[in-house]
Design a binder for this molecule. Structure first.
Ligand code: ADP
Ligand code: MG
Length: 466
């Protein structure tokens, strides 16, 4: 029986031998190769994986296989613990070529060379979170441009940059992309990417270990500070004080600060006014739920990343049915990838996808049953109109604008097609809907009040169903 931390690599290698007997080469490469052995003692092995998504997927799909392989390798039942935040060593090396193309049911996916080459490692960041791997759509264009500009010229006009929006919409991806981008231009740049939660943990540890000076010195001496999920600062008075001082030091030294959150600064209850105002000093931009075209574009890119080529009707099926977040969309795609590789690249039809993803689609729909009726009601209530004013044919200005806003929100938050939206708005044609969407979008770009009103209504509609 193997014992002790030094044996963890051997223990994991032996388990891998067993695993390779049980799963296909692709499954092994995809799900087991990236695992980092961390510790092995007292009959328990600790394995490191990149993030919660990976851990969830591993446990829900391969927990039994993993347990069997561990027991077979170790000759006794072995407990398993997964730790997050571990990247496989090869993921931080220069990646110049994609592996072999993969065949799915006779259709060959031509996989282009990876566009992004990461030379220096951004600490705590996933290598795939680059700008090159980020699909730009109307919903995230401004956030993308601002983040890219900040990555290329840190401490410039977009400082601080504050990106907010719902979960799974790409905030962390953009934040980490900035880290990679900065390092491409300046491999010596000191970059700190951290979640607000780890910032808190490091702060508490530093107090406990009487190393507060070190903590302070570390965070106040970076060139780029990237803090994810700052809404978690809410009600943590001491941490806010610490953060306020760090912010001031960095800002005064022209260092780049980028923050993400699920809300606008002024909506975070329990955040001191002085922090709210600092967060709003620079650029505040929102990422909204991706529309159908963006979802399709994301799927097209992700299938290349995951070396699969699905038929267009399957992609359309996924994009139309999983609408709430890109994380879920990716999860759905990965389920199909895993199935295809486990079944020797069997062809995935819409029917098969429906069968494999039924539960996920149901969850997505129950989490986000945004109906056009809900949107009409919210918009009508807000502007003190009646629903049939919005769907009717009258055209006074006080009705036309809310009607266009309602069409825009329907287009942004639901998967209804343009003709379906036109129909729901009193039988208008699809060109009218396109015009409304464009007009509201450009008004939002020009007019802060319009942007706030639309965002507030969007969130209200989303909250109404969650
Ligand atoms: P958030 O931080 O907003 O909750 P993440 O940045 O973690 O969301 O994104 C969730 C997943 O979706 C990640 O795998 C990310 O790479 C992917 N993703 C989000 N937006 C995009 C995009 N525009 N293009 C490509 N992938 C995206
Ligand atoms: Mg995030």
């Amino acid at each position: 029986m193997l014992k002790g931390i030094s044996d963890v690599n051997i223990a994991w290698e032996m388990a891998c031998v067993e695993l390779k007997k049980k799963v296909s080469v692709q499954t092994f490469e995809h799900w087991f190769n990236p695992i980092v052995p961390v510790d092995f003692k007292d009959g328990k092995i600790v394995l490191g994986v990149s993030d919660d998504f990976f851990a969830d997927w591993l446990l829900s799909n391969y927990e039994d296989i993993l347990a069997e392989a561990l027991s077979a390798a170790m000759g006794q039942e072995t407990a398993l613990e997964l730790k997050l935040g571990y990247l496989p060593p090869e993921s931080v090396q220069i990646k110049e070529e994609c592996p072999e193309k993969l065949v799915n049911g006779g259709t060959t996916a031509a996989v282009p060379n990876a566009k992004s080459v990461v030379n220096a490692q951004a600490p705590n960041c996933l290598q795939r979170h680059t700008f090159a791997n980020f699909v730009v759509g109307e919903e995230n264009r401004y956030a993308y441009t601002a983040a890219l500009t900040a990555g290329q010229s840190p401490g410039g006009v977009y400082n601080p940059l504050y990106i907010y929006g719902g979960t799974g919409l790409g905030k962390t991806h953009l934040l980490q992309a900035v880290a990679h981008e900065v390092l491409q231009h300046n491999p010596r740049a000191r970059i700190e990417y951290t979640t607000c939660e780890s910032f808190l943990n490091s702060y508490v540890d530093s107090l406990q270990q009487k190393k507060h000076g070190e903590f302070r010195g570390h965070f106040r001496n970076v060139d780029v500070l990237l803090i994810d999920d700052v809404h978690q600062l809410a009600n943590k008075i001491q941490l806010q004080e610490e953060f306020f001082n760090t912010f001031n030091t960095l800002y005064n030294g022209n260092k780049q600060i980028i923050l993400t959150s699920d809300k606008q600064p002024c909506e975070i209850h329990g955040l001191e006014e002085r922090l709210v105002s600092r967060f709003e000093w620079g650029i505040t931009t929102e990422i909204t739920a991706p529309g159908l075209e963006t979802r399709l574009a994301i799927l097209r890119m992700k299938q290349q990343e995951h070396l699969i080529k699905l038929d267009d009707d399957v992609l359309f099926f996924l994009a139309s049915n999983i609408t709430s977040s890109i994380r879920r969309l990716e999860g759905a795609l990965l389920r199909l990838v895993a199935f295809s590789s486990a079944m020797s690249n069997c062809k995935i039809t819409v029917q098969k996808a429906e069968e494999l993803l039924g539960k996920l689609i149901e969850e997505d729909a129950s989490g986000k049953k945004i109906s056009i009726d809900n949107i009409l009601k919210s918009v009508a209530d807000y502007f003190e109109l009646r629903v049939h004013d919005l769907t009717g044919s009258r055209r006074p200005k006080n009705i036309v604008e809310p009607r266009m806003i309602a069409m825009y929100i329907t287009r942004t938050l639901t998967a209804f097609s343009l003709p379906e939206i036109g129909m729901a708005f009193g039988g208008r044609n699809h060109a009218t809907v396109i015009h409304a969407v464009k007009k509201v979008r450009s008004d939002c770009e020009k007019d802060e009040n319009m942007r706030r009103t639309v965002s507030m209504l969007e969130r209200q509609v989303q909250r109404g169903v969650s």
